[in-house]
Structures are given as structure tokens and as C-alpha cells.
Write a protein that binds this ligand. Structure first.
Ligand SMILES: Cc1cc2nc3c(=O)[nH]c(=O)nc-3n(C[C@H](O)[C@H](O)[C@H](O)COP(=O)(O)OP(=O)(O)OC[C@H]3O[C@@H](n4cnc5c(N)ncnc54)[C@H](O)[C@@H]3O)c2cc1C
Length: 450
């Protein structure tokens, strides 16, 4: 039987929450992803606590995968060889007020960074639905929140430090490294082990969150732009059952000229009179504050609070990005499938993201709308349904979320991500032997490139 190894697990470290959670994995039978739908192909897990640890490990190993907080639903983070975790590296390296950046070690989560930043008077431009994820793991897969004018979370990255396959430290920045930097930010873990990441910050801000119920789908189709631009961040939740959006979550900055005035009715939807979970049957206890109660940016931008299980827990997720100009048609296309979709669904979420220039970003050179599905954990049924949805959306050249479940063949990914060949070339520079590759990367990125 495979036994997990902990090269750097000192006895003092065992008392820390970080390393004791690694120890908890050692007690379990299997190492799985967060949702438990994927049992990883190896139980060999090493944790690094310093740059030197990472360099030593990389130099000695033939093949492995860096692991973040394990929140991906597909095999992108999987390995049949072994894993390196940077959970032991969670320090703030520098907060540079003049440059408006913060640099952190790669094991840190948003949940750890945000309260610190806020206490120093700073904020990030956006966050995903949950703060529990590692910053590097999120940026490697172009994780996003919502907001007409907000890029995904990777667009906040202004510099990276990583260890390449030879054990050498590479530093790339937006300012100095042009194309190589744009190729390295959303890198799917394929270029090296990221050890430090630098993010843009802005002065802290306060927000209010309002939820509206039962927005008629026809109103959404007629007024999509007005609805999406009504607040700093807008999320639409639907189960596609009743020709309506079940809940509209509006997150507004409390600033002059930007606040949302929260009328009782919003395009035919009614302002909620109590706090709600996106899945209305579930308790809203784990959700961020609503009903217009003002609070700091990091306690309103995510839907779910740190310290609680986000989302539904036992679930699967898929998400497709389509060009923003096709938003209404794409929503109608999914709506046509409601009979097939709804029985397997917990909830869908529709969000907008602005365009960026990162090679492997689903929003590269196109403002996008992302149609997300949180499924019941029934892969046999979901795996049959995804090709149906993908076929219906094919006319819009959808790009799948890198960390969620999809069934596109690699050829189709190559046709929608124009920079894959350049990305493959870049990865050959830093990892000529494919040390950081796994089955997912070989199938979808490296397979059809000579
Ligand atoms: C409940 C839930 C809610 C979610 N909400 C959202 C959402 O709102 N928006 C959204 O876009 N996504 C969302 N996701 C998806 C999630 O954000 C992504 O899957 C993200 O990649 C998770 O980060 P992680 O650290 O857990 O990644 P992991 O699964 O651990 O790893 C992801 C990738 O990053 C690489 N990686 C990790 N650390 C390093 C490192 N140090 N160096 C190099 N490579 C590294 C891994 O090798 C792998 O390729 C959600 C997922 C869940 C479970």
C-alpha cells in the first residue's frame, strides 16, 4: 500500500492548524479533492516550508504535481506520482504601498490574506464565491468572481516567482516580461512550482449586498446590460425551472455615485426580506451578510464565509465562458435544455467578467459571461449531460473553466485557446522533460502539439 510521506513535518509544526490538517489526511484512507468526487492517483504528499525545500524537492523528483487547496473538480491537480504542497509557506512577504502591491508566499489562501490587507487599509479588486482557496491555485486556473469591469482573479497578478524543472528560481513580472509573463500567470501548474505571488491592491472599500428573488427570464433577456451594470458585482442564480432567475445577488460599493439604491422591485424581481442561500432550501448561515448591511469588501464579494463549508458540499461543478455579446443567446440555449438540466442540478450561476490578455485565460481578449452549474454528485448522469450542453453552446465557441468538469475533446480546446501552442513552447523552456505534466495536461494541452 502506498504510504504518504511527510519530509518536512517536524513535531513543532504538528501543532499548527496548517500542518495538522495535512496530518489529518495521513489518517484518512485516501487523498481526495475538496468535493470528494476525485480520489487522487497518489497518496505521496510532501509539504515544503521554504524556497530551499521546494528547490531540493524539484531537483530530486522526476514527476509530481503542486497541490493547492484541492478545490478543482477535474484532474488538473492530480498526479499518479506524487504531490508537493506549499501549505507550510503562508507568510506575507511585502506590502508595498507605493507600488500598491502585496507579495505573499504561495501556500496562502484568500481567506488568510484578505483580513490582513483590510487591516492595513487595502483591498483586492475581486474575489471568487469562496475565500477558502489558495491564491496560487486560483490564479493558475483563472478563477473569477463577477463584475462587468472586473477581470478574473489572475488579472491582479503583477509578478510571480517559481521554481523551474531544474530547480532554478525564475521571476517574471508584468512590467518587465511581456509575453512570458502573460503566458505564466494562468499556467495550470505546468511551468513550475510557484513560490511567491504579487497582487495589485487598491484602497479598502465597503460594500452592501442585496438579494432579489424571481427575476423573469424575459426581463433578463431584454435588460441584460442594465442588470449586469446595476452594481459592482452581479450574480444570477437559477435552477432553470420557472422561466425566472431565482435570485439576483447585487454587491455594491458604498461610494458616492456607485451605490445601488435598492428599490423594492428590480426589473420585476422583489427585494428579499430575509437572508438567503443561493439554493433557497439551504440555511443562509454560511453566506455573507445581505439585506444592505455594509461591510468590508472581503466579507461581501464572496458568497460564502470563511470558517463554514462553502456552496453545497457534496456536489460537482462545470462552467462555460462565452463571449459577452452572446450572453442572452447562450442563456436561451441552456434554458431550452431545462428539462434535462434541472433534475441533476443544485443551482446555476451566471456571472460576467471583463477581458484580459493572459494567454490561457478563458476571458482572453473577450469580455465574457460565465454559465456555471453546481450539480448533484452523480457523475454518470452529469457526464452524459455535459456533451449535450457543450453541443448547444458550441456555436458560441465556449471555453470551459480549467478547474471544473467538461467533456470537450482536446481539439476543441485548442481551437478556442489560440495561445496553446505558444504556451506549450513556454513550458518547454521551463520544463523540457514534462516534470510538471499530468494526464490532464497531456490530454488537453500537450497531446496534439508536435
Ligand atoms: C465550493 C467551490 C466554489 C468555487 N467557486 C469558484 C468561483 O467562484 N469562481 C471560480 O472561477 N472558481 C471557483 N471554484 C473553482 C476553484 O476556484 C478553482 O478550482 C481553483 O483552482 C481552486 O484553487 P486550489 O488551490 O484549490 O487548486 P488545486 O485544485 O489545488 O490546484 C489547481 C491547479 O493549480 C496548481 N497549483 C496549485 N498550487 C501551485 C503552486 N504553488 N505552483 C504551481 N501550481 C500550483 C495545481 O497544480 C493545479 O494545476 C470553486 C470551487 C469550489 C470547490
Amino acid at each position: 500500500m502506498n504510504k504518504r510521506t511527510f519530509l518536512k513535518l517536524g513535531s513543532a509544526a504538528l501543532s499548527t492548524p496548517v500542518l495538522s490538517s495535512l496530518f489529518a489526511w495521513a489518517q484518512d484512507e485516501k487523498l481526495t479533492n475538496w468535493a470528494g468526487n476525485l480520489t487522487y492517483g497518489s497518496e505521496q504528499l510532501t509539504t515544503a516550508t521554504s524556497l530551499r525545500d521546494v528547490q531540493d524537492f524539484v531537483s530530486k523528483q522526476k514527476k509530481f504535481k503542486a497541490l493547492g487547496t484541492r478545490h478543482c473538480f477535474n484532474g488538473i491537480a492530480d498526479s499518479t506520482d506524487q504531490f508537493l504542497s506549499l501549505k507550510g509557506m503562508q507568510k506575507i512577504v511585502a506590502l508595498d504601498s507605493a507600488a500598491r502591491t502585496v507579495t505573499v508566499e504561495a501556500g496562502m489562501t484568500y481567506g488568510q490574506l484578505c483580513p490582513y490587507l483590510d487591516s492595513k487599509g487595502w483591498a483586492l479588486h475581486n474575489l471568487a464565491s469562496l475565500p477558502h482557496i489558495s491564491i496560487v491555485g486560483a490564479c493558475m486556473t483563472a478563477t473569477h468572481g463577477s463584475g462587468e469591469k472586473s477581470g478574473n482573479l489572475s488579472t491582479a497578478v503583477s509578478a510571480l516567482e517559481f521554481v523551474d524543472a531544474t530547480g532554478k528560481v525564475v521571476k517574471l513580472s508584468r512590467q518587465n516580461d511581456g509575453d512570458a509573463f502573460r503566458g505564466a500567470v494562468v499556467a495550470l501548474g505546468a511551468l513550475g512550482v510557484v513560490t511567491k505571488i504579487t497582487l495589485d491592491v487598491q484602497p479598502r472599500f465597503m460594500m452592501e449586498q442585496y438579494v432579489y428573488q424571481n427575476l423573469p427570464l424575459q426581463e433578463l433577456k431584454t435588460h441584460f446590460d442594465a442588470i449586469e451594470s446595476a452594481a459592482y458585482s452581479v450574480s444570477l442564480f437559477t435552477d432553470w425551472r420557472n422561466e425566472s432567475i431565482n435570485e439576483v445577488w447585487l454587491k455594491s460599493r458604498v461610494e458616492e455615485g456607485k451605490a445601488f439604491d435598492a428599490p423594492a422591485e428590480f426589473f420585476g424581481a422583489n427585494r428579499a426580506t430575509r437572508k438567503l442561500h443561493p439554493i433557497i432550501e439551504l440555511s443562509p448561515e454560511n453566506c455573507t451578510e445581505q439585506m444592505g448591511v455594509p461591510g468590508p469588501w472581503y466579507q461581501r464579494l464572496p458568497h460564502f464565509r470563511m470558517g463554514f463549508t462553502p456552496s453545497a458540499g457534496k456536489e460537482l461543478q462545470s462552467e462555460y465562458f462565452v463571449p459577452r455579446q452572446h450572453a442572452v443567446e447562450a442563456i436561451s440555449a441552456v434554458q431550452r435544455l431545462h428539462d434535462q438540466v434541472s433534475p441533476h442540478l443544485l443551482i446555476s450561476e451566471i456571472r460576467t467578467i471583463s477581458a484580459d490578455d493572459l494567454w490561457m485565460s478563458p476571458c482572453r481578449q473577450q469580455p465574457s459571461v460565465a454559465i456555471h452549474f453546481t450539480w448533484k454528485q452523480d457523475w454518470p448522469s452529469v457526464s452524459k449531460l455535459l456533451p449535450v450542453i457543450e453541443k448547444e453552446l458550441a456555436q458560441f465557441q465556449p471555453r470551459p473553466h480549467w478547474g471544473k468538469l467538461f467533456t470537450f475533446p482536446s481539439k476543441q480546446l485548442h481551437s478556442s485557446y489560440a495561445r496553446i501552442p505558444a504556451f506549450v513552447e513556454l513550458s518547454r523552456k521551463y520544463d523540457p522533460q514534462g516534470k510538471f505534466q499530468n494526464e490532464f495536461l497531456r490530454t488537453y494541452i500537450f497531446s496534439s502539439v508536435a
